[in-house]
Design a protein around this ligand. Sequence first.
Ligand code: IMP
Length: 204
Amino acid sequence: DHDGGYAEYCVVHENFAYALPDAIDDQDAAPLLCAGIIGFRAIRRAAIERRVRQVAGKIARDFKGQRVHLVGVLKGACIFLSDLIREIDLEVSVDFMAVASYGRESNSSGQVKLIKDLDSSIEGMNVILVEDILDTGLTLSYLLRVLRQRRPKTLRVAALLDKPAQRREDVKADYVGFTIPNEFVVGYGLDYAERYRNLKDVCI
Ligand code: IMP
């Protein structure tokens, strides 16, 4: 708690996927039955809420007395962004971008394309790019390249989740909610084929 409760690393590893079934009699850890698949609540909503507050507090301290401009990456980051923005005690504005990625399967050429650009200029602003999850880093490295060309005053990255195991580009987030192992997760904005974004917990 030396920095208002914000720890640089919040790592989720032990018991992330495998030990949860043992905890089934714990009501809160019960398996989640959604649309015929059984998932497990890997990061519970209360833990997410707490961590989002810590991340927001850290941002407010880092930019004390200044305005920040949050840029959400659609669609996955929309839930994280909407919770985060309400916890940031500064003057805040918001905009969105959307990207599509190709070649995620092929191991060589992950390509990213901008499908929705910002509504307004970010020149001279304190921009915080808000991402749901940082995996290979291809999306983030593309977006940072695009945004840097537009001369923001500062450019930082907040990611709810970080999966460093698959990183292919040398990028990192300045604010990370949780560092997680290499598992595919859904919920709290994250989807599998556009489903499960509405789950309140991050689930496996
Ligand atoms: P990257 O370009 O490989 O870093 O991937 C970032 C994007 O891939 C995220 O914004 C998500 O849309 C998607 N993604 C990566 N891992 C997951 C996951 O575990 N669940 C859902 N989406 C994911």
